[in-house]
Design a protein around this ligand. Structure first.
Ligand code: PBG
Length: 324
């Protein structure tokens, strides 16, 4: 039926009507709040390139996690900034490292909160790459062993979900096998499956002090033009035992969030990464965009594309806004 019988504007007349036919909803349940855990006590070190985000010591992460939980956000993801770095990133599996202590404290003090940990070497290695260097390359199979140690250490501390973000081949299977063999069959894996070598990670590398000292990450992270390959990466991770698969970044890859959800029909996460955050913050601070509306539009669109979960630095403030 065509105009004038059909008039789509009829259902846009009032907010009540719009509410009634709204197709996509953003709930605090969909959100995951990232935190950067640094050494020390009562430390809150603002990240210059991410206004509103700071590196926090364990005590401050616990209070921030409590606030996130109170706002209705079910989960957080922790990134560690270790006291010292070395060639293999051995602080990553130190059972009394920053992340491990944060997990234990949060599980004890904010028991209802789901604690996810980022499993990667780049924050822990002195060269800043996501695995072990052999010769001049990031060696895949040597890296698996390090990632397994890190994931086990996080599981021992009480992590509910481990999230490998390194993009080595076979890491999901290696971590799954190690978790199962060590009494952690209940610990889930959220795999950064389609993780692209993106310019949008710039601010994160300041926040996590993880910029590579030489070269770049293009020999392990994906080439941005490749969509079919992203589907293959997701299929491999699911075969290896991933419980949740992730597309990262989110906004430039909405097509892939959609494809992954359509094709695999499994829980899909999308990472609204640091650069996506900083763009909105910067424009908001300059008065160029209505920040609150922009954030809601972006996160709702990531949901509409098919993401069940969104990792976003806006999580807590958005959840508070939704609750109001
Ligand atoms: C670690 C990791 C990165 C991000 C999450 N885990 C950075 C990278 O790969 O360089 C990026 C998150 C963000 O930009 O918000 N490998």
């Amino acid at each position: 039926m065509a105009f004038p019988i059909n008039r789509p504007r009829r259902l846009r007349r009032t907010e009540t009507l719009r509410r009634m036919i709204r197709e996509t909803r953003l709930s605090p349940d969909n959100l995951i709040q990232p935190f950067f855990v640094c050494p020390g006590r009562d430390v809150k070190r603002p990240v210059t390139s991410m206004p509103g985000v700071a590196q926090l010591s364990v005590d401050n992460v616990v209070s921030a996690a409590r606030e996130t939980h109170a706002a209705g956000v079910p989960a957080i993801i922790l990134f560690g900034i270790p006291e010292r770095k070395d060639a293999v990133g051995s602080e990553a599996w130190n059972d009394s490292g920053e992340v491990q202590r944060a997990i234990r404290e949060i599980k004890e003090r904010v028991p209802g909160l789901c604690v996810i940990t980022d499993v990667c070497m780049c924050e822990y290695t002195d060269h800043g790459h996501c695995g072990a260097i052999v010769g001049t390359e990031v060696d895949n199979d040597a890296s698996l062993e390090l990632l397994v140690r890190e994931a086990l250490s996080h599981a021992r501390a009480g992590a509910d979900i481990v999230a490998p973000s390194d993009m080595m081949d076979g890491r999901v299977g290696a971590i799954r096998a190690a978790l199962d063999q060590n009494g952690f069959a209940h610990v889930a894996i959220m795999a950064y499956s389609a993780k692209f070598a993106s310019a949008f990670y710039g601010p994160f590398r300041e926040a996590a002090e993880s910029a590579p000292k030489f070269g770049d990450r293009r020999s392990y992270q994906m080439d941005p033009p490749n969509g079919d390959e992203a589907m293959r990466e997701v299929a491999l991770d699911l075969d290896e035992g991933a419980d949740i698969v992730m597309v990262k970044p989110a906004l430039p890859y909405l097509d892939l969030i959609y494809r992954v959800k359509q094709e695999f029909n499994v829980p899909v996460a999308a990472y609204n990464v640091s650069g996506e955050y900083s763009m909105i913050r910067a424009a908001g601070l300059n008065g160029w965009l209505d920040e609150e509306r922009t954030i809601m539009e972006v996160l709702t669109s990531i949901r509409r594309a098919g993401a069940d979960l969104i990792l976003t630095y806006f999580a807590t403030e958005v959840a508070k806004k939704i609750q109001r």
